[in-house]
Design a protein around this ligand. Structure first.
Ligand SMILES: [Mn+2]
Length: 269
């Protein structure tokens, strides 16, 4: 049984179909998706329809774009729900929201770890998995609205501290796991910068250059950073190759490192 990990799809349903055609999958093979299946591209609805049909064969972690749909649904009342129903279908919307809530922030199997963006250098692997689990439970439980309000309209602390109050801690963990690219220090993420690491201010570092030592025996599969492009190292694999911007959609066979790519298909322009 093989597992293939696919980068950010962003509504590029035709490119996804072309990539799936190219993958040498058997019926019992599985897919890991790094999140951001939706938005920007022309057919988010088609991609969601596909993923909802796949069941447990596909594992998806929460991307910032799924999170923003979740926030719009829960925070903006009937106008937000009407907009989403127009985009994705009124009949399908409840199942889509339920599916988003079911996506974990981090999925790990042995040394292989799937998450959307990155981890702070001061976070150990155990701490990251524990905090991700707690933050997800809070996001889909009693603290949902305060966490979403802080993420989508509030002001988070700029620097991580281990003793943040619960809502701030969960929001910080969710923002980091779904949006991190670079850090200024071990505790201080940089969120606005979206360019490539080479053109960043001199004191910025890509998060994967400064990981906590406990990650040495792990390999993190992530997306979110189109300007980074395909990034392959023993401990981190970046798979956002900018399909929606005219680049490629990329998959990697998780345990062999074999790469599969298709260019953005004409139907996705
Ligand atoms: Mn993203």
């Amino acid at each position: 049984m093989a597992t293939f990990v696919i980068g950010d799809i962003h509504g590029c349903a035709a490119s996804l179909a072309a990539l799936l055609e190219r993958l040498p999958t058997d019926d019992d093979d599985r897919l890991w998706l790094v999140g951001d299946l939706v938005n920007r591209g022309p057919n988010s609805r088609g991609v969601l329809r596909w993923v909802l049909e796949q069941g447990s064969r596909v594992v998806t972690v929460l991307g910032n774009h799924e999170l923003s749909i979740f926030a719009r649904y829960h925070l903006r009342g009937s106008s937000g729900r009407d907009e989403l129903a127009a985009l994705f279908g009124a009949a399908e919307l409840p199942a889509i929201i339920e599916w988003i809530a079911s996506c974990p922030l981090v999925h790990a199997e042995g040394g292989k770890v799937l998450l959307h963006a990155g981890v702070l250098p001061c976070w150990s692997r155990d701490q990251t998995e524990d905090m991700a689990r707690d933050a997800h439970a809070a996001l889909t439980g009693a603290l949902r609205d305060p966490i979403l309000e802080l993420l989508f309209g509030g002001c988070l602390p700029r620097k991580w501290k281990d003793d943040l109050p619960p809502v701030e801690r969960h929001a910080f963990v969710i923002r980091t796991l779904t949006r991190l690219r670079m850090v200024e220090s071990k505790r201080r993420p940089v969120f606005p910068y979206t360019g490539s690491p080479d053109q960043a201010p001199a004191h910025y570092r890509a998060w994967f250059e400064r990981q906590h030592e406990s990650w040495t025996a792990s390999q993190i599969f992530f997306g979110h950073w189109a300007a980074l492009g395909l990034h392959l190292s023993g401990t981190s694999v970046g798979l956002d190759t900018g399909c929606v911007y005219g680049g490629h959609l990329t998959a990697i066979e998780r345990d062999t490192g074999r790469i599969f790519q298709v260019p953005r298909q004409p139907g996705d322009q």
